[in-house]
Write a protein that binds this ligand. Structure first.
Ligand code: ADP
Ligand code: MG
Length: 367
């Protein structure tokens, strides 16, 4: 078990033409489960590979426990990595796959190794498969074996690189719960990489959001959801995504108006809004963010509302998503029982407490 500390970690490829990871600082507590999330190409795998020792940082330091491992070879780091494609040895049995790492990384006797493998196989519910070869296994079974192979070593640190991407949705959900249970039971520090914000939000004690190799925000999932620091995080976390509107603020800072004059929308902020939120709103353009679940849909013609036409009604169980013709796209989440159809004209309103405002140019949250 160990805490992990990453300081100014940087990785350039192709003599600096690609900056995959850009001066990343991270502190991971002993026993913590941290999810790292971001779009494809944002540097997640590179970060994990540097933690594992499979990739050499261009600069920066990595500490695992008390040890600076920046220059320590992968096989001398007490780290186990689980990959998306399982990476099992095809000619070895499940037992041999699991025992192999143990033989390489510990000085247990053959009997002790066998006992550990069997015990872990029981924990992973794969004891029936120990004599099978990987190509006799289903995708879900292979992933259990890959997990078992990581667990059996009792490493200081678990690294997961999108381990569930190749599984179907139902299996993914049950494996998520299982990975969390095992990590919790063993108390091993874990860094779990995924491009799936839902997975990151539901699994992580803490979520770390990357974009373009750069740390955007880290924190508890609910804090990041409620207080995104910029437009990127606001749009990335939550599904369907937050709606964004280009607005202009008037000289008193009291009124927001869609920048597109055809929008015909005015939203009056209450007196003292700027003071309460400790911001000074200049007469300038901003990006207004509002989540689909915070939009109320009423009859057309309400005051302080956007008038819009419904393009699509998308039923999702107890809710429906209304796709509306505001800007490029605007989504409102409503009760599935509501009687609305494509073509209907409606009014969209929201509480100012649910409104996010971002700097129009930098995307930074302004309060
Ligand atoms: P992610 O896992 O988030 O999809 P990666 O860490 O794989 O992102 O990649 C980050 C960036 O580094 C991407 O632009 C990718 O093309 C680039 N990259 C990754 N590995 C290499 C490599 N071996 N050589 C050159 N560029 C690479
Ligand atoms: Mg990757």
């Amino acid at each position: 078990m160990a805490r992990v500390s990453v300081e100014s970690l940087r990785k350039e490829y192709d003599v600096g033409t690609v900056v995959a990871v850009d001066d990343l600082d991270l502190e991971i507590e002993d026993g913590e489960f941290v999810t790292v999330v971001g779009p494809s190409g944002c540097g997640k795998t590179t970060t994990l590979r540097m933690l594992a020792g499979l990739e050499r940082p261009t600069s920066g330091r990595i500490r695992i426990g008390e040890t600076d491992v920046t220059d320590v070879h992968a096989k001398n780091r007490d780290v186990a990595m689980v990959f998306q494609n399982y990476a099992l040895y095809p000619h070895k049995t499940v037992f041999e796959n699991m025992a192999f790492g143990l033989r390489m990384s510990t000085d247990l006797s053959a009997d002790e190794r066998e006992a550990r493998v069997v015990e872990t196989a029981e924990m992973m519910d794969i004891e029936e498969l120990l004599e099978d070869k990987p190509d006799e296994l289903s995708g879900g079974q292979k992933q259990r074996v890959a997990l078992g192979r990581a667990i059996v070593r009792e490493p200081d640190l678990f690294l997961f690189d999108e381990p569930l991407s190749n599984l179907d949705a139902k299996l993914r959900t049950s494996m998520r719960a299982e990975i969390q249970r095992i990590q919790d039971e063993l108390g091993i520090t874990a860094v779990y990489v995924t491009h799936d914000q839902h997975e990151a939000m539901t699994m992580g004690d803490r979520i770390v959001i990357l974009n373009d190799g750069t740390l955007q925000q880290q924190g508890k999932p609910t804090d990041v959801y409620e207080n995104p620091v910029n437009e990127f995080v606001a749009g990335f976390v939550g599904s369907p995504s937050m709606n964004f509107l280009d607005v202009a603020v008037d000289a008193t800072g009291g009124r927001l108006q869609l920048s597109d004059p055809a929008g015909g929308f005015q939203f009056e902020l209450s007196a003292g809004y700027a003071e309460r939120n400790d911001v000074s709103l200049e007469a300038d353009r901003y990006t207004l963010g509002i989540r689909p679940e915070n939009v109320s849909v009423t009859d057309a013609g309400s005051k302080n509302a956007i008038t819009a036409t419904i393009d699509v009604v998308e039923p999702v169980g107890s809710d429906s998503y209304l796709h509306l013709d505001v800007d490029d796209e605007f989504i409102a989440r409503v009760d599935a029982g509501v009687d609305l159809s494509p073509g209907d004209r409606v009014s969209l309103t929201f509480d100012e407490a649910d409104v996010h405002l971002f700097d129009h140019d930098t995307g930074r949250d302004v309060f």
